[in-house]
Design a protein around this ligand. Structure first.
Ligand code: ABV
Length: 253
């Protein structure tokens, strides 16, 4: 997958893609991330990328010409059959895992990092395929949202995660993760649940599934609506809600 990020602040995005997990995806050849400085697509002496809004008011609006020119250039040199053009914007659809999965199936994403103050409407109208927000809070620009999208998409690309991790995630799909422990077996008087040391993988799987259900019920009950549960799991949740119980050992939050 190729991902182009069109931005007036390429420096913000430099770090995230040179570190850690995303760097691994780049090194494995799963993605190519290309930072595109919008100013390279200006032709005036001041390399102006924004301008005052027609009709007056505060803030600056991203000018259409450099954005159109940048995206047209990126499409022209694309090796993919089709490119998906995304604008990060507070007015977009809220990003979620299902969207990340859809995007992970694309060959070439062009992400335009918007500004909070705005982007000329003609960019939206005739250049952008999807507008995406990452949540209902105010940021100054779309660079961090773009980094969030790239991170979520990159880890879904085939070959990124270890086989088992990918399977495990689809197993608990839509639920919160069960708790995790590592050595030592007792830390400052707090013991690891004995089942995890038992070597009984049937029992361990069952415990983990139950803890996932319990955590999800306690912290994000809204997520349970979309989940297919077995009769046994349904009964377990029923029992937990009746008891109003935080159960054996692990805290609610
Ligand atoms: C893009 N907030 S996406 C640009 N949730 C500015 C702010 C902003 C985005 C999001």
């Amino acid at each position: 997958m190729r991902i182009d990020l069109v931005t007036i602040f390429p420096g913000i995005l430099d770090g995230p893609f040179r570190e850690s997990m995303i760097r691994r995806a780049v090194e494995k050849g799963l993605i190519r991330v290309n930072l595109v400085d919008l100013r390279e697509f200006t032709h005036d002496r001041h390399r102006q990328v924004d301008d005052a809004p027609y009709g007056g008011g505060t803030g600056m609006v991203l000018k259409p010409e450099p954005v159109f020119e940048a995206v047209r250039h990126l499409k022209a040199c694309s090796e993919a059959e089709k490119q998906l053009v995304i604008l990060t914007s507070p007015a977009g659809q809220t990003f979620n895992q299902a969207m990340a999965q859809k995007l992970a199936a694309e060959k070439h994403l062009i992400i335009i990092c918007g500004r909070y103050e705005g982007v000329d409407e003609r960019v939206r109208e005739s250049l952008v395929d999807r507008e995406i927000s990452i949540g209902d809070y105010v940021l100054t620009g779309g660079e961090l949202p773009a980094a969030v999208i790239v991170d979520a998409v990159a880890r879904l690309l085939p070959g990124f995660l270890a086989e088992e991790a990918a399977q495990n995630e689809s197993f608990t799909e839509g639920l919160l993760e069960h708790p995790h422990y590592t050595r030592p077996p007792v830390f400052e008087g707090m013991a690891v649940p004995p089942v995890l040391l038992s070597g009984n993988h049937g029992e361990i799987d069952r415990w983990r599934r139950r803890m996932s259900l319990k955590y999800t019920l306690e912290r994000r009950p809204d997520l349970l609506k979309g989940i297919a549960l077995t009769e046994e799991e349904r009964a377990y949740l029923e029992e937990l809600s009746k008891k109003g119980d935080s159960g054996s050992g692990n805290p609610g939050r």
